[in-house]
Design a protein around this ligand. Structure first.
Ligand SMILES: C[S@@+](CC[C@H](N)C(=O)[O-])C[C@H]1O[C@@H](n2cnc3c(N)ncnc32)[C@H](O)[C@@H]1O
Length: 295
């Protein structure tokens, strides 16, 4: 098993976006399905996962939907089940092991591509919706990927993503756990500056980035996954989800687990905040456009 995140660890300086991307894909190759094993296990108080919330957004009559960073296909699977009228569900990811798992669980309407989110082999204006689930913020630089999203969407087409929260930090258990993790990251990998372009985590900056490519009408809905599981299991899942844990030395990781368990013991519920961000490709919705040739 190769050492995970070796490029980032060995860089000794802030890693380039390319180094980070190669390391991220290597991690997913070693642990296919890891995001679903974490976020797929947890639900909001209405009993929905982030995947379900995205599928709900897709218009019932959508014919073509694209997912970027599709991983092992949990979102595409739900989409094909809940939207029987769908003709094509196109998944894009760079991780071969995840795409293989996705292929095995999806029906023939699925089309999978191993390619970068900023180079889509998809015709302009052909998609009714483009979705991402905890992947948009990893696309760095974001502009070329956002340009591709806008290009493949038809006018009036929907972009929606499950994303990091925009809520203010609070004293909640979740933020206590994030602080403890961040302090240990700084100690073990002081040269590392983060996974996402900071603009992706700022509401106004994200709105401007989307708008500059013609994705307008930004909406942000905040949600929380309500987690009531034994502390050890919560730690296992979170340590799978947060890439940064892999930057820590094994002793640090053990320390992090002890600290997290201590925090988790103070309540029977951990609320994991996230947002659903959506925007629409500018222009009139298809049904309102004048028919070609009409005077
Ligand atoms: C946190 S995982 C989420 C996977 C899946 N959406 C889920 O939630 O179960 C991020 C995924 O994005 C993919 N990814 C990251 N950067 C990418 C890029 N530039 N182009 C294509 N895929 C990318 C990774 O390979 C990984 O599968």
């Amino acid at each position: 098993v190769p050492e995970l995140f070796s490029r980032i660890k060995q860089a000794g300086r802030a890693p380039t976006a390319e180094e980070r991307l190669l390391d991220i894909v290597e991690l997913h190759e070693a642990r296919p399905g890891i995001t679903e094993a974490t976020l797929g296990a947890w639900k909001t108080s209405s009993g929905l996962t982030g995947y379900d919330l995205l599928v709900e957004r897709v218009p019932p009559r959508a014919r073509v939907v694209v997912e970027l960073g599709a991983g092992n296909g949990p979102l595409l699977e739900r989409l094909l089940r809940e939207r029987p009228a769908l003709e094509r569900a196109i998944g894009v990811d760079l991780c071969a092991a995840d795409l293989e798992l996705a292929r095995a669980r999806l029906d023939r309407r699925a089309e999978l591509h191993r390619t970068r989110a900023d180079r889509l082999p998809i015709a302009a204006g052909s998609a009714d919706a483009v979705l991402t689930h905890h992947a948009l913020y990893l696309f760095d630089p974001p502009e070329p990927a956002i340009r591709e999203i806008a290009r493949v969407l038809r006018p009036g087409g929907l972009f929606a993503t499950a994303h990091w929260t925009f809520r203010k930090r609070s004293e909640s258990l979740f933020w206590q756990m994030m602080d403890v993790m961040a302090a240990r990251n700084r100690r073990d990998a002081p040269h590392f500056t983060g996974w996402a372009d900071p603009r992706m985590l700022d509401r106004d900056e994200l709105e401007a980035l989307l708008a500059s490519e013609g994705l307008a009408g930004l909406e942000i809905e905040e949600h929380t996954l309500e987690i009531r599981e034994p502390g050890e299991l919560v730690c296992d899942r979170l340590m799978g989800f947060f890439y940064s844990v892999e930057l820590q030395r094994p002793e640090t990781r053990a320390e992090l687990r002890r600290e997290w368990l201590r925090i988790l013991a103070s309540s029977d519920t951990l609320s994991f905040p996230f947002s659903i961000v959506s925007a629409v490709r500018g222009g009139l919705p298809e049904t309102l456009e004048p028919a070609a040739g009409r005077v």
